[in-house]
Every structure is written in structure tokens, then in C-alpha cells.
Design a protein around this ligand. Structure first.
Ligand code: SF4
Ligand code: FES
Length: 236
């Protein structure tokens, strides 16, 4: 069992981004993720697990990560799911990939938003509060901040909900990322692809998606932002 990490706070880091000054992680094999029914997320091919503050936990072989929210050794599973009634129940609803995209036009570029994919991480509203205002209609104003700041905020989105494109392009795009898994403090697992996810419902964006680790999502194995409502905390 790896030592318990310190999930201390830090500035949001784009999933897949490297920590400043650090060595690039070794990448030997394809990262494979398997959510076990009523149990943990079984991960293989991962050389390290990155926390939101950039702390890296080296991983050797297969690792079991908690997705019931009850482990005392987060982000690792300690068997608590056998005692806290976690069922891992999944919805009988359309896959996130079928969710519609709304487009918000700005000067020279556009922001694309797939709301059902949002994991409520708050990266967009914290990074560019003038452009992203919850409750406002339209809630995204691409002209609210300068283009560079807006693109940076969009590129931080770990769930695949947000993307940007040049004005004439139809499709939104995300920046290239390195395959990996980041543990968001008090939030989901942020996965950047390509990875192998063993699940019948594919993620909305295979290159960038979030997986529930609080146990409360109604869209397991994906995060639906429920950690904000349930008050999930790493220290419990
Ligand atoms: S998941 Fe993306 S869209 Fe949702 S709050 Fe976070 S950054 Fe914003
Ligand atoms: S999934 Fe095993 S302790 Fe949470």
C-alpha cells in the first residue's frame, strides 16, 4: 500500500500537464481503467498518480483506487466499500457522448459546451470569472476576457465539457495531453487519454474525462458534479 498522500490545495493543473521542473513520467504501457461493480477502480499501466498540487505518487503494477468515497487511504481503496453499502449502481441513461453541444460565439473564436459532461470542478469560473458566470444567460461570454485567458480556462476543463475553436471551425478542440490520471482534491479522477476504459458506455470525450470517486454520482462511473453537493472531502 502506498503512503497516504497529502491532498493539499494548489492551482488547477490541466489534466495530463507536467509539473513544472519535473522529469517526464515514464510511459511503458497503455493505461487501463476498470471500474469494478460495487468496488474500486482497477488501474494498470500507470507509472504515477498525480495530485492537484503536482505531487506525484509512484505506482508499480496494478493499483486499486477508491470510488466509493469511504476509504481512509484515499485515493487508494482500503476495502471500506465492503462495509459502507456502496453498490456502484449505474444509470440507465444515454451515454454522455450523446449529449448535445452548445456553441458560444466570440470575436474570432467560439467556445463549445457539452453541459452534461461538466464535473463542477469550477476551473472555468475560477480562472475566467468574467467569461463563465453560473446562472447568467448565456452563461458563457467568450468576449468577457482576452482570448488567451479564455483559451487557458477552457483548456483546464478536465471533463471534456468545454472546448474552443476558431470562428469558422465547426468542431471544438482540446489541447494535446499526456495520458495519465490526476486526483482532484475533494473531486473526481481526471483522466487524459488515450487510455483504455473497460466500460460499455464510452466517455463523452475519450481524451479528457472525469470519473467519480465520491460514490455519489448518478452517472457512474463518470463524475456528474455530485461531490460538490455531497460535501465530499479527501480528509474524512
Ligand atoms: S468540468 Fe469544465 S465546464 Fe465544468 S466546471 Fe469544470 S472547467 Fe467548468
Ligand atoms: S472503493 Fe474500496 S474503499 Fe472505496
Amino acid at each position: 500500500m502506498a503512503a497516504r498522500p497529502d491532498p493539499s490545495s494548489g492551482a488547477p493543473r490541466a489534466p495530463g500537464a507536467r509539473a513544472a521542473g519535473g522529469d517526464p513520467p515514464a510511459r511503458a504501457e497503455v493505461i487501463s481503467l476498470r471500474p469494478v461493480e460495487a468496488g474500486p477502480l482497477v488501474v494498470s499501466g500507470l507509472s504515477e498518480c498525480m495530485l492537484a498540487d503536482g505531487t506525484r505518487i509512484p505506482i508499480r503494477g496494478t493499483v486499486h483506487l477508491c470510488r466509493c468515497g469511504g476509504s481512509a487511504q484515499k485515493p487508494f481503496c482500503d476495502g471500506t466499500h465492503n462495509r459502507n453499502g456502496f453498490t456502484g449502481e449505474e444509470p440507465a441513461q444515454p451515454a454522455p457522448s450523446q449529449a448535445g453541444t452548445r456553441r458560444y460565439e466570440g470575436r474570432g473564436f467560439a467556445v463549445h459546451d457539452r453541459r452534461p459532461l461538466c464535473a463542477s470542478t469550477g476551473f472555468c469560473t475560477e480562472r475566467a470569472p468574467e467569461a463563465f458566470v453560473r446562472g447568467r444567460e448565456p452563461w458563457i461570454d467568450p468576449n468577457g476576457v482576452d482570448e488567451q485567458a479564455l483559451k487557458q480556462a477552457v483548456e483546464l476543463c478536465p471533463s471534456g465539457a468545454l472546448a474552443w475553436s476558431a470562428a469558422q471551425e465547426k468542431m471544438g478542440r482540446h489541447p494535446a495531453a499526456q495520458p495519465g490520471l490526476q486526483v482532484l482534491r475533494d473531486g473526481p479522477f481526471c483522466v487524459s487519454g488515450p487510455v483504455q476504459l473497460e466500460h460499455p458506455r464510452p466517455p463523452g470525450d475519450p481524451m479528457r474525462f472525469t470519473l467519480c470517486r465520491c460514490g455519489a454520482s448518478a452517472n457512474k462511473p463518470y463524475c456528474d458534479g455530485s461531490h460538490r453537493v455531497s460535501g465530499f472531502r479527501d480528509e474524512s
